[in-house]
Design a protein around this ligand. Sequence first.
Ligand SMILES: *[C@@H]1O[C@H](CO)[C@@H](O)[C@H](O)[C@H]1NC(C)=O
Ligand SMILES: [Cu+2]
Length: 676
Amino acid sequence: MKVLVLCALVAAAAAWPNYGFLNDPGRSEPSDAQKQHDVNYLLYKVYENIRDEKLKSIGVTFDPEADTSHYTDNGEAVHKLVKELKDNRLLQQKHWFSLFNTRQREEALLLYDVFEHSKDWKTFVSNAAYFRNRVNEGEFVYALYAAVVHSPLTKHVVLPPLYEVTPHLFTNSEVIQKAYHAKMTQTPGKFRSYFTGSKRNKEQRVAYFGEDVGLNTHHVTWHLEFPFWWEDKHEGYHLDRKGENFFWVHHQLTVRFDAERLSNHLDPVNELHWEATIEEGFAPHTTYKYGGEFPSRPDNIHFEDVDGIAHIRDLIILENRIRDAIAHGYVTAHDGSTVDINNSHGIDVLGDVIESSTYSPNVEYYGSLHNTAHIVLGRQGDPHGKYDLPPGVLEHFETSTRDPAFFRLHKYMDNIFREHKDSLTPYTKEELEFSGVAIDGVSIDGPLETFFEDFEYSLVNAVDDTPQVADVAISTVVSRLNHKDFSFKIDVNNNNDHEVLATVRIFAWPHNDNNDIPYSFNEGRWRAIELDRFWRKLSPGVNHIVRKSTESAVTVPDVPSFDSLIERTEAALSAGSSEVDIHEFVSAVGVPNRFLIPKGNSEGLEFELVVAVTDGKADAAVESLHENTVFNHYGYHGVYPDNRPHGYPLDRRVDDARIFHDLSNFHQHTVKIYNH
Ligand SMILES: *[C@@H]1O[C@H](CO)[C@@H](O)[C@H](O)[C@H]1NC(C)=O
Ligand SMILES: [Cu+2]
């Protein structure tokens, strides 16, 4: 019997492709460096044949259904996908892809399921090579990115910057055209990208925010880490606080954008209103790789129903149902039971309801306000499909923030969330105190100063070629915001006779509004930009905490270029090293560190800097947070680190600011942010 089983195993292995590491006895999985190499080449020139010979031949000879013992679901997912493929039902290649398109999303998720159910890397990578040649490229890229983010097999793999994998979604058409010209004429080219539109459009002053490739990557990556389609059967984990994270990530985008506007003498964003005019039009100056130009929207249009998507009046009804739930303090689940939201957890439920995600307790009743609104707003240029235009920028996470209307839409959502938060009872002094702990002083070492710098990224993956045509260097240079390094110095007195764990939370909000009137504490705290949140052990006596701006837990560094990622990987492999030293780039979920502080202005824009040191023992949801160095601001693989709500202790209404000013574990002072 034993012999029989062994024979069967050997036979199965023979039918499976010969993948390099199999020749390396004693190793069951390839090294991280090898996986990084494979992912690099799966994404390199994704519209053409794979440039890695081994992967390329696997892509041709592999039979995904040959041995289903390599799948955790006995091949169920792969059978489904192969059947769709054989029945010719899959979206063609060289066609646009949008995650908001139901059928296209289903196809991408079928492939995601195949990756997820692959027991080992060999199976994962062979399927990737095989389906890359057969499914729509956009679906492939999405499925692979999502799988690499979530799979335990790719824990240390760094995803190449999306703006160099699919540059069309990040780069203006004018520059893309120059890139094609450079390729056709085999002349290397470095082209400057300018922000969309002209100075006649005031919105252009803040285009450096919405069009920043790093910020767009943050937005895409957050939605990959917390997809609305996620069900807990995936990888077997629940994405803790997904709905609340949805609120917070967009709340932060909203308040950061308003702070950029203030820095540029613009009024804050007005919320979108279904019955009012959308004043700003938008001309995206962006083209699909396949499928034409992104549609424009003229100024001053009224919302129109979008055929096949939604009636405006239905969206108003959904909004009313949600606001009704907030007023009642509970949502009604699909089975008629009620879910209490009049508590700290309510925001999480509400986030699931508004987005909506599969976690929504009643999608039949509350619908999908956010996702539907994205499509409806994205289609206002051609609501009845008369001109057969492809989806709008708002139907892709990569391109959404380019359109200023994105921020209107999110201001609208944000105000609904605020209605809920404002309905909760304010924190009391007793709840906010940290017994025996007092902040002695807070200072900033170094200037709070921003500047613009040039950033270059490659467009080689934007243009077409074949292995017979040599590559010429093609890139674009874009201006981007950055800031000088600085550190927070926080002196904290621990008057207890023992060590305590503390959570340090740092925020800043604009001192004045657009009319130069100071914000009240309650208005300011809602506009607070989160700068950092970390845990520290405090010894008895005085503790001098120094926290560098580069260490901020809400930000991530910019990912190295695709070229340098490939170079570093190949160097590691040829040196026989099993890993590539790129650990700090594994997560791209955070805001780029460059955007940690808003732009400010030449006279110095005033902000209220706020530091709260709260009881870490009560706050910490997991052990050893004071030693944490990985990005886990929104949680990691479903585990959220903090027992407190996002934005704590500023997340609730403040009726009496004296409560905060009387706290010894709370500090506030005015700072100025300069831009030179
Ligand atoms: C929420 O709870 C608070 C305190 O328990 C209560 O005062 C308030 O009326 C409740 N709100 C709703 C909408 O039920
Ligand atoms: Cu979003």
